[in-house]
Ligand binder design. Sequence first.
Ligand SMILES: Cc1ncc(COP(=O)(O)O)c(C=O)c1O
Length: 387
Amino acid sequence: MQKDVQNKLSWVEVSKANLAHNIKEFRGLAGDDCLLCPCVKANAYGHGLVEAAKIFLEAGADWLAVNALYEAEELREAGIEAPIYIMGYTLLGDLERAVELDCRLVVYDRETIEKLGEVVSGGANAKPVNLHIKVETGNNRQGVPIEELPDFVKLIQKHDGLKIEGLATHFANIEDTTDHSYAFAQIEKFKKAREIVEEMGVEVPMMHCANSAATILFPEVRMDMVRVGIASYGMWPSNETFVSYKQLDKNGFELKPALTWKTVVAQVKTVPGGEAIGYGCTCHTNRETKVAILPVGYYDGYDRGLSNTGYVLIQGKRAPILGRVCMNITMVDVTDIPDVALEDEVVLMGGDGQGGEISAEQYATWIGTINYEVTTRINDKIPRVII
Ligand SMILES: Cc1ncc(COP(=O)(O)O)c(C=O)c1O
């Protein structure tokens, strides 16, 4: 796939000032002794991997977290030298490359350690490989169960070139609730894990577990590094997180959304009353209707669940979606918006600069999902324009 081939029929504007603002807000919370590691996986939550990473680093971020090796490759190719932490699985066959790129790796299975042991024993790499053991504390996703930690640590210790740089864990239930007892039970297990490793005489230079919600809500869980994703992009992790913030009597932490997805009108036509619009004839006009055709559809990440449900903004006004969102085309009602013309600008998500906004949260509510999903699913081939 050629990366530089883009689909310019829609574009995503990303506010550099707002991304930088959010990182500075987190620096304010975390202080100078805690590493700030924004998550730029999933194309920087849809904001453009390399562009967002550079802005975050310039704004004071220390590390970058990605999910997979290909994202680390792209960052290194773009000349980014900051520490990169790969949070997801790295294929055994890719471990050598990850080491070459000086990536920090999350580890939780024995096969990975054995393979890394072979990689470092080759002598090609003088520098130690920095590993972060993912501790299973209740998410039951990645992770080494606490009772298996001693054996896992011993396995790592067999290989001179492997260094335990940190212990990591991830919350299962922090943004979905205002009751954080499950999260705090996870923290207790995580602390226990540290004790177990230290009792073996092994130093644990770093402990980290905090995502956006944890970092915003609980100073005591920030530890040595915070891995902040969604809120770096100016979105609250959930309503519950916002409510919890208020319940804790906190104030002053302000997030600024950075993403606006736009397209243009590709045709304007008048459809008589009583006609059907789109696949499945799921919409019928009840009056003469002026329809604007938009050149985006579910292939672009414009979700089919928006059919007959969402709206877009044109000239500062709402234009409801008519019928089904197609693969590459969407129809909207502009009957009440005067003089809509070919290639007029259309806002699909974000602010229109005239006081109107379709927040990622609003859009997510229409289709029964969360803000995380709607921005990350904007197709990577759509240009990201930094403004
Ligand atoms: C391991 C890990 N850490 C941190 C994050 C960041 O979470 P958030 O976007 O809620 O800040 C994620 C996101 O999925 C994650 O998987």
